[in-house]
Design a protein around this ligand. Structure first.
Ligand code: XAN
Length: 436
């Protein structure tokens, strides 16, 4: 998989340079037969094949993906690597699901060998699904963060993660302390933040499992380290919302709890955001905080239907999250499929162009990474996924009936999954290739 410093990739190529919701058709660039020229793992140039091939040196190495569709690598804005082994666990809604499945699974990460084993599988599974950037929860154990960052570094993936902060309302074996969690997070930031493509996220699990003292220190960590991320959950489930209201009676809303502790701002990302009101949404927009929309998880746990239309109207940053293990697939295509259905139930539309924007440039924008990944503008890191529109008999048959690019993209997101991913490249290099 050793890729020369300068090389080219040929195929059908599609990327976004703006949000189709505001820019319409000019948001998207499409080359039915295109060439992407890569230099040292970055995009050097993109254009129509006949034009570029006529002036590129004849000896330039070229990978031929004709018949396939090349898109920027997917950006998963919310996932729990330690929940890989409990994906598809039956029967509960959020709070009971945490107790019954999540906490026991996360307890196993006290063993660094287990953490390394899961981290390696997890990173490979992301790549098999075309995901090259992720914002991921680890567990309360500092070594679980080391394991994930080591696995991502080996594969050169863009990974943002952090140690879970959780000092109350959880089993003893998963509990840290406010000051211990602060010190461990600080040490992890020093060890990992800014190393290659890795970045750190301060990670209070949710307001219910952190004491006011821990919430204060989480806010302090976020303020003390410019450029750092903060990730948490908010307003996912109605029982959870009521519980948090009782724990923080002084707060106007669940989101306001995070605001009071200085945890809203640029590079803060909140998963779910189902039970927010417009005051909350406006506050997120004002502070630059982002939402991770997690449709498969929201349906699986019966949490509710996210209002993407309203978030867009108020100019919020929104990305897409698989939220494995409450989410039911690592595939961002399958996640778009469920997003479409959630929005149908809300009486809203998710056109295919908006959907693929959400999974690529939109996600990168929500993470303040759109200057580095998310599309193929010159200088961007060359992360891309190669999709096979003929991957399954049904896909091939349905594609043959599709008339327009829009229709083909919609078919891909509704019928596609990991089988549709022919290859995934990270910084230009093929890190996953479908056998055969
Ligand atoms: N709230 C949560 N929601 C979720 O979907 N997964 C989790 O692990 C979690 N913890 C708090």
């Amino acid at each position: 998989m050793n890729t020369p410093q300068l090389h080219a990739v040929r195929g059908e190529i599609l990327h976004f340079i703006a949000n189709p919701a505001s820019a319409g058709e000019s948001a998207l660039e499409h080359f039915a037969d295109g060439v992407l020229v890569l230099r040292d793992g970055h995009v050097a140039e993109l254009g129509p094949a006949p034009e570029l091939l006529a002036r590129l040196p004849a000896e330039l190495p070229l990978t031929d993906y004709r018949g396939k569709l090349i898109l920027p690598g997917f950006v998963d804005t919310h996932i729990h690597y330690a929940q890989t082994d409990i994906i598809a666990s039956h029967g509960e809604q959020l709070l009971a699901w945490l107790e019954k499945y999540t906490f026991p699974a996360e307890a196993r990460f006290a063993d660094p060998a287990h953490a390394r084993n899961v981290a390696s599988f997890f990173c490979d599974e992301l790549l098999r699904n075309g995901t090259t950037t992720a914002l991921a929860f680890a567990t309360v154990h500092a070594a679980s963060v080391d394991a994930l960052f080591e696995a991502a570094l080996e594969r050169r993936m863009r990974m943002i993660s952090g140690k879970v902060l959780m000092d109350r309302h959880c089993p003893d074996f998963l509990r840290d302390t406010a000051t211990g969690g602060y010190a461990e997070s600080k040490a992890l930031i020093e060890r990992w933040h800014g190393r290659d493509r890795l970045q750190y996220a301060v990670t209070p699990r949710f307001a219910a499992t952190s004491s006011p003292e821990q919430m204060t220190l989480a806010g302090r960590l976020y303020a003390e380290h410019p450029g750092i991320y903060l990730q948490s959950h908010v307003a996912e489930n109605q029982g959870e919302v009521a519980w948090v209201a009782g724990l923080y009676p002084e707060a106007r809303s669940y989101l306001d709890v995070y605001d009071r502790y200085g945890q809203l701002g640029m590079r803060s990302v909140y998963a779910h955001c189902i039970w927010l009101d417009d005051t909350d949404r406006r506050r997120m927009a004002e502070t630059g905080a982002a939402i991770s929309f997690c449709p498969t998880s929201n349906l699986f746990l019966g949490s509710g239907l996210f209002d993407l239309g309203r978030a867009n109207e108020l100019g919020l940053r929104v990305g897409l999250g698989t939220d494995v293990g409450a989410g039911t697939s690592f595939s961002m295509l399958q996640t778009l499929n469920e997003a479409y259905k959630v929005l149908q139930l809300k009486g809203q539309k998710l056109p295919a162009a908006s959907a693929f924007h959400l999974a690529t440039l939109g996600g990168a924008h929500s993470l303040y990474l759109d200057d580095r990944v998310g599309n193929f503008l010159p200088g961007k890191e060359a992360d891309f996924v190669v999709l096979d529109p003929q991957a399954t008999p049904l896909l091939a048959r349905r594609m043959a009936c599709a008339q327009t690019l829009d229709e083909r993209l919609f078919v891909l997101m509704m019928l596609g999954d990991d089988r549709a991913v022919a290859a995934t490249h990270v910084m230009g290099e093929a890190r996953w290739q479908r056998p055969g």
